[in-house]
Design a protein around this ligand. Structure first.
Ligand SMILES: CC(C)(COP(=O)(O)OP(=O)(O)OC[C@H]1O[C@@H](n2cnc3c(N)ncnc32)[C@H](O)[C@@H]1OP(=O)(O)O)[C@@H](O)C(=O)NCCC(=O)NCCS
Length: 226
């Protein structure tokens, strides 16, 4: 891992990623964005602003300068024409990834604190076979919060899925298979058959990284739709 850059080695060179563990400012304010968070709590305002500084720095590498990044009615970010991208934030970390739509069809990134999921939500997030897989992986690699990693993989899948389909996807409509050795995963979209097939999204490939032992650091996941 290069320093603190959890996504740097997960994403291909065609994807520009900017990530930070401190809050950032770019010296001006975007009223279109500020309007969206006017009523929000300070923590939400801060993550919203900083992740957009990350996104603008990444977009500048693609030749787009000074773009306001307003969420659409479903909270998905509206990127400049010809750009695909994804944003994530969790306590102490923000990241944005963007690419030309000529290079990839979609990208999803997600960062999570490296801690197990609360037991009471396991059945909402993980399929029974994923719970078995998480238990088996935990027996061999107890330092990694596999249940949270599967959750994060599904969040990345959703962030790539939604802009392409404009359709909801439930956690239990997607199955994650983790390759622990290769730090990769495969997502199978099981329900939503016609929508997934129409958009050639029945399967997605992703990568993951885990910092520190469980209870410390972050988990990061990403998927690319080639
Ligand atoms: C949208 C969602 C994935 C965001 O994930 P999160 O862990 O809550 O938060 P993160 O910080 O990682 O990501 C938030 C960012 O996701 C992006 N996002 C939000 N809704 C989005 C959507 N519909 N499509 C794409 N990206 C979206 C936004 O950029 C947002 O940041 P912003 O509000 O500052 O603009 C999550 O809240 C959600 O609704 N999940 C349920 C759907 C799902 O994940 N299904 C799993 C299918 S396998």
């Amino acid at each position: 891992m290069k320093g603190n850059d959890i996504f740097a080695e997960l994403l291909p060179p065609s994807v520009q990623v900017v990530q930070t563990r401190t809050e950032l400012e770019d010296g001006r304010s975007y009223w279109e964005e500020e309007r969206y968070i006017a009523e929000a709590v300070p923590e939400r305002q801060q993550e919203f602003r900083t992740v957009r500084v990350c996104a603008r720095r990444a977009l500048a590498r693609l030749g787009h300068a000074g773009v306001a990044l307003v969420p659409d009615e479903k909270r998905a970010p509206i990127w400049p024409a010809g750009v695909v991208g994804s944003m994530t934030h969790c306590a102490g970390f923000r990241a944005a990834a963007v690419a030309s739509a000529n290079d990839i069809r979609g990208v999803g990134i997600d960062a999570e604190l490296h801690a197990s999921l609360p037991a009471e939500i396991l059945d909402i997030i993980l399929l029974p076979e994923e719970q078995v897989m998480a238990a088996e992986l935990s027996a061999h690699h107890p330092g990694i919060a596999w249940d949270r990693l599967i959750f994060s993989a599904k969040e990345s899948v959703f962030k790539a899925w939604f802009p392409l389909t404009r359709q909801w996807l439930d956690f239990l409509e997607c199955r994650i298979l983790i390759d622990a050795q290769a730090h990769r995963f495969q997502a199978s979209i099981r329900a939503r058959g016609p929508v997934a097939a129409e958009h050639e999204l029945t399967a997605m490939n992703g990568r993951w990284i885990a910092e520190g032992p469980r209870g410390q650091g972050l988990l990061g996941t990403c998927v690319i739709v080639p």
